[in-house]
Design a protein around this ligand. Structure first.
Ligand SMILES: NC(=O)c1ccc[n+]([C@@H]2O[C@H](COP(=O)([O-])OP(=O)(O)OC[C@H]3O[C@@H](n4cnc5c(N)ncnc54)[C@H](OP(=O)(O)O)[C@@H]3O)[C@@H](O)[C@H]2O)c1
Length: 218
């Protein structure tokens, strides 16, 4: 059975992605900082900011054919003049370093296996910025650039690299932090999970280097 590693698989989007891949026949391994039980899948504990931990997580998965990196985070704040360097760097690290560490370990393995898929989560904000999130926006634009660099380096070996770009996902955290918003405009995690399942599958064989909008109706 082909295996998929899902980094951040216990998060709001992660749980939907894990269920979707598991139910469509993938052997799924979830990687988070905190080991938690997830039904029907293996769970590894690793801080993906650490390159050695990311390398060990990738090594621990047999017959690896897909890597889905969902690790990332958002923070809203002042305009750039009021942003502390530490907060800017935190956004860059959280959104970019796990993707880099996973790619570094996984791309040669996927290439040696004859091909596979590497998927990251950017954000619509990378293409349509708004005020108050310069670190996040810069980082998510970096995710797009990284995916395109990976595409340039590994497409010839059959490894497809793609990014999905959500706007606002309908998560419990978003409902709590935006109580006055209309969640019917947000995208359910299950809908994005189906797009990610497609990008993991051979059905997406001709697609690599793409920034795939998953904005829904927003
Ligand atoms: N939610 C939205 O509206 C939205 C919109 C646009 C883009 N996105 C992007 O979509 C992705 C998923 O979002 P989400 O809302 O599902 O996030 P989430 O609920 O915060 O989940 C994040 C996951 O990443 C894991 N994680 C965090 N730091 C880690 C680290 N250093 N090493 C290993 N695992 C780590 C967390 O588990 P542990 O705590 O156990 O490590 C958790 O499983 C993110 O990249 C986010 O930026 C989300």
């Amino acid at each position: 059975m082909a295996a998929a590693l899902v980094a951040g698989g216990t998060g709001a989007l992660g749980r939907a992605v894990v269920g979707e891949l598991r139910d469509s026949g993938w052997a799924v391994t979830v990687v988070n900082r905190h080991a938690r039980q997830v039904e029907g899948v293996a769970v590894l504990e690793a801080d993906l900011l650490d390159p050695d931990a990311a390398g060990m997580a990738v090594e621990g998965v047999e017959d690896l054919r897909a890597v889905v990196n969902l690790v990332g985070g958002f923070s809203m704040g002042p305009k750039v003049e009021g942003v502390r360097l530490a907060d800017f760097e935190h956004m860059l690290r959280l959104n970019l370093v796990p993707a880099f560490n996973l790619a570094r370990a996984a791309m040669p393995r996927l290439a040696a296996a004859g091909g596979g898929a590497f998927i990251c989560v950017s954000a619509r904000a990378a293409l349509r910025p708004f005020a108050g999130a310069s670190g996040y926006i810069t980082a998510k634009a970096g995710v797009l650039a990284l995916v395109q660099a990976l595409d340039a380096e590994y497409r010839g070996a059959g490894v497809r690299s793609n990014a999905v770009l959500p706007s606002v996902i309908d998560t419990p955290a978003n409902r709590e932090s935006m109580p006055d918003a209309d969640p019917s405009k947000w995208v359910p995690p299950a809908e994005i999970a189906r797009v990610i399942r497609f990008l993991c599958s051979e059905d997406s064989a001709p697609t690599s280097g793409a920034a795939v909008p998953v904005y829904g109706r927003a």
